[in-house]
Design a protein around this ligand. Structure first.
Ligand code: DP6
Length: 333
């Protein structure tokens, strides 16, 4: 059948201003706006095959059968594609990350974005980034941002806004920035983002303070990007990160994504600024790893110095990359 198989590639992204909290769990809409960099070379490649006679959808991640919760999220995405396209068949999905889960970068953003693009293409739907972004957002809101390359914004959603999509702000070539990831622990994070933000909303006395602060910090991040002002961007990014984590730490029970090594790296980044005169700024998501934003020209030095911080297991470097694309006729190996 024409179009019944398609493969797509999507890059991971890292938020400069953070999404934390939902305004609507049915449509998975963020309560606050966020801005990210889509990162090369970290890529997920996903192949979707709609197969005649298959009884149920199947999902393999890096060659292993997915866990029930992951499969369920993929099935829900496929159901939306089936409803829109009229395709009734079940699908076989193979997905591979070219970066280890232990690299310290969530694979859910690139994973759901690649799945959304491949599933739509395999079902014969047109390649439209906003449609891919909205579909990916429904599964994982940060995935909406990987539909576009470079610097990308996902606005906050009003309840019921089913078609909310991310929007491209600037191409990858807008500014020669780099992200250095300092990996501080092995293994999966303890509390998934979806659960962590739900707990924060229900129990943290600082959740409303976070909702009040986030839009202004997001505006600062956008202004810093537009004017290529690294001080302005970096300060707003750090404050967005710390305000998000403060709201989570004040939940009941308190939600600590930071480990001791996370703080070691955070302090080392301050030291880089104060003692080495390097414009480097830290951020962290729902995990213990630190991602450091700096100029591309200074990234090798930042990487070398972070590699010496106690508790840092390894480092890796990423640059602004391209949006999701469909790869014709290629197989996931
Ligand atoms: C801390 O997109 O993983 O990385 O929509 O529930 O799947 P769900 O959450 P997810 O949350 C990402 C949270 C974050 C910040 C960010 O990427 O903006």
């Amino acid at each position: 059948m024409k179009g019944a198989t398609a493969t797509a590639r999507a890059h991971a992204n890292i938020a400069l201003s953070k999404y934390w909290g939902k305004s609507d769990t049915t449509y998975n809409l963020p309560a606050v706006p966020s801005i990210s960099i889509t990162l090369a070379p970290l890529v997920t490649e996903t192949r979707v095959r709609f197969v005649d006679g298959l009884g149920e959808d199947r999902l393999e991640l890096d060659g292993q059968a997915a866990r029930p919760r992951e499969l369920q999220r993929a099935v829900e995405l496929l159901d939306r594609v089936r409803a829109e396209s009229g395709m009734a068949l079940r699908a076989d999905i193979q997905s591979r990350n070219d970066f280890p889960t232990a690299a310290g970068l969530a694979s859910s953003a690139s994973g759901f974005c690649a799945l959304a693009a491949a599933a739509r293409a395999a079902a014969g739907l047109p390649f439209e980034r906003p449609a891919i972004s909205a579909l990916a957002r429904w599964s994982s809101a940060s995935a909406a941002r990987s539909a576009f390359g470079g610097y990308v914004e996902l606005p906050a959603g009003a309840p019921g806004e089913a078609h909310l999509t991310a929007e491209p702000l600037f191409d990858p070539s807008h500014w020669e920035l780099a992200i250095v990831v300092a990996v501080t622990a092995e293994g999966r994070k303890s509390v998934a983002s979806t659960d962590g933000m739900g707990l924060t909303k229900r129990t943290s006395p600082y959740y409303n303070a976070w909702l009040a602060a986030a839009p202004g910090l997001n505006d600062e991040v956008r202004a810093g990007l537009a004017s290529r002002d690294l001080q302005r961007l970096g300060r707003a990014m750090e404050q967005s990160t710390l305000a998000m984590h403060a709201s989570a730490i004040a939940a009941d029970p308190g939600l600590f994504y930071f480990q001791p090594a996370t703080l070691e790296v955070w302090m080392a980044v301050r030291h880089l600024r104060d003692e080495h005169g390097i414009s480097a700024f830290a951020t962290a998501d729902a995990g213990p790893h630190v991602k450091v934003l700096c100029r591309r020209s200074e990234a090798p030095e930042v990487e070398r110095l972070l590699g010496e911080v106690p508790g840092v297991l390894r480092t890796l470097r990423a640059l602004p990359g391209a949006g999701v694309h469909v790869v014709e006729g290629e197989e996931v190996t």
